[in-house]
Design a protein around this ligand. Sequence first.
Ligand code: PLP
Length: 239
Amino acid sequence: MYAQALNAVLERLAAAARDAGRPVPRLLAVSKTHPATAVAEMASALRAAAASGTTVTAVAPGPAFGENYVQEALAKQQALTPGKTLEWHLIGHLQSNKAREAAAAFDWVQTVDRDKLVAALARHRPDGLPPLNVLVQVNIDDEAGKHGCTPGQVPALAVAIAAQPRLLLRGLMAIPAPHPDLERRREAFIRMKALFDALATQHPQVDTLSMGMSEDIELAVAEGATMVRVGTALFGRRD
Ligand SMILES: *Cc1c(COP(=O)(O)O)cnc(C)c1O
């Protein structure tokens, strides 16, 4: 049921990467508000796409899903046994009192934006699991009331994460202001890429720049996204 929408997104990614002369980014399927059955169907479509060999880098090393709420993700994982064969990314704001559950339920947390969260996630990452992959969320447009650290806070936060053996610093994530003028969004993506390049010189394990959603994946890929987070273009409109 999702093959057509998935192929359209994969074609957009491939075309954008070709035009920009950049690698095809990894595709994170944002499944928030959609039921576990939709996740299962999308996982099948992603596996079929990987097997067919087109734009494999977008769907390797396996299906990955993004969720905004810890409880919603847990419910889907339980419904989907063996849901653990999928890769789960937290892309919504994380309260410190949910850090214990998040550290056990997710493979990646993309929304780390303060020291307190670094310590809590490190303390609660279960010993039997590999280190938790972490992205620093940046409030790149300096929007009032939005989550994410300032660009100036990135280096210290990155050092704090890198010092934690139970965490693996992978890079940066941003949700630019949804400016109707796409060129204004491009400026935010360019600033993120510069921050990302600077971070990578300090931390060689950094390889992930998560930016771009259904509306603006071409722009994000053109400016250097290595992971795009796509909901609507894959699953259809949310209620
Ligand atoms: C919902 C969401 C997305 C997906 O947005 P679409 O416009 O539906 O593709 C991506 N990133 C974050 C952080 C989100 O909350």
